[in-house]
Design a protein. Structure first.
Length: 392
């Protein structure tokens, strides 16, 4: 990798502009899940221990360049102080210079950077205002790296730049999983719609040895093969696209695993009466809500032969029992193989993290990315502006 890490930077006496992701859930004025805050602790503590002053730059929600009181980052200060074990001085961007000047062994948090109209425009003037506040730039927000914003892209080019602990871990893991992976490589791609993951599927068929397609998007592929899918979620207008992806996979030597048996029900509800039938035998009045046990066994056998697994998206309607069985069973199989040292497993994406947590399998994976869009765009083979700026 051609980007620098914190260990390569001289931090003593330096003001370190640190882009972080603390876009955390809040209810009744309190942070309800500190996962993202917890993950920036190693970077911030390293800067403090090295004699630097961490100046945190972050966004919260989508204020679209307007000051929205309900989206102030001030609400995160108590959770930050609890996680970091040091005082956190909160400041507006306009008052930041004075606040930083008086910060000794403290962390400075600048108000929601998306209150600034220039942030999402990647405005060079806003980037310069930020650059004037510090000596070094550290990006620890991989989840925002797919955005060419002032605090992720333009600012990185104005000061000596490096990746924070979390960013470095994420980039190294992803490079190992898809850049130079141990083969065979299997990817699981699930979710509702093919249309939202066209670039992803097209990229993966040329990169992996096996591609498992599940969830609602598998219905589109089954329909493209001429199978009836009843009342299932299905993008019939993408049949030609699905067939083209199947052809690309065959040409690339990538095996695509689609459901060979399916769990169907007449209503989309938890514990709805259901049955398991062959993939080509979906009744006209039913909908496909999960992959069947035969399919799950094939997926498990594929995992057992693989060395690297990349996972994005559930295999069925995992929010409802019993239509979470395929996702749960496959995830638990991957976690077991990982714990045995037989598989490197990397997962990411919003629904993915929720599904793996629900399955009780997340702790068994090699790495779980908290980045949604950035993880997807990396899997699609796209350059991420926030990463590219670190390597310039």
């Amino acid at each position: 990798m051609s980007w620098k890490t914190l260990d390569q930077m001289q931090l003593m006496g330096k003001r370190v502009l640190t882009r972080v992701d603390i876009n955390v859930p809040v209810e009744n004025g309190r942070v309800t899940d500190t996962t993202r805050i917890d993950r920036i602790v190693p970077t911030v503590q390293h800067i403090l221990k090295s004699g630097g002053t961490p100046i945190l730059i972050a966004h919260f929600g989508r204020p679209k360049g307007q000051i929205v009181d309900a989206l102030s980052l001030k609400v995160t200060v108590p959770a930050l102080e609890a996680a970091l074990g040091v005082p956190v001085k909160f400041t507006s961007l306009d008052s930041a210079r004075e606040t930083i000047a008086f910060a000794k062994n403290q962390v400075v948090l600048i108000e929601n950077i998306r209150f600034e109209p220039g942030e999402e425009r990647n405005d060079p003037q806003l980037a310069q205002r930020l650059a004037d506040l510090g000596d070094i730039y550290c990006n620890d927000a991989f989840s925002a790296a797919h955005r060419a914003h002032a605090s992720t892209e333009a600012l990185a080019r104005l000061r000596p730049a490096c990746a924070g602990r979390l960013m470095a871990e994420e980039l190294s893991t992803l490079e190992a999983a898809l850049g130079k992976p141990e083969r065979p490589v299997v990817a699981v791609v699930g979710g509702a719609k093919v249309s939202s993951k066209l670039d992803l599927l097209s990229n993966l068929v040329g990169q992996v040895d096996h591609l498992v397609i599940g969830g609602g998007m598998a219905n589109t592929f089954l329909a493209a093969q001429g199978h009836a899918v009843g009342k299932s979620l299905c993008e019939h207008d993408l049949a030609d696209t699905a067939r083209r992806i199947l052809e690309q996979a065959q040409a690339a030597g990538c095996e695509i695993i689609l459901p060979s048996d399916i769990v169907v029900a007449r209503e989309f509800a938890a514990h709805a009466p259901h049955e398991t039938v062959a993939a080509e035998a979906c009744p006209d009045d039913a909908m496909i809500l999960d992959a069947g046990p035969e399919t799950v066994a094939r997926i498990g056998a594929c995992f057992a032969r693989a060395r690297t697994l990349i996972w994005n998206g559930p295999l069925g309607a995992f929010e409802m029992q019993p239509f979470d069985r395929a996702t749960n069973t496959a995830a638990q199989s991957a976690a077991t193989l990982t714990k045995m040292g037989k598989l490197i497993s990397v997962a990411g994406g919003g629904d993915t993290v929720a599904a793996l947590n629900q399955a009780g399998a997340a702790d068994g994976f090699s790495y779980i990315s908290t980045a949604g869009g950035a993880f997807l765009e990396w899997m699609e083979g796209k350059d991420l502006p926030g990463v590219a700026a670190l390597t310039a």
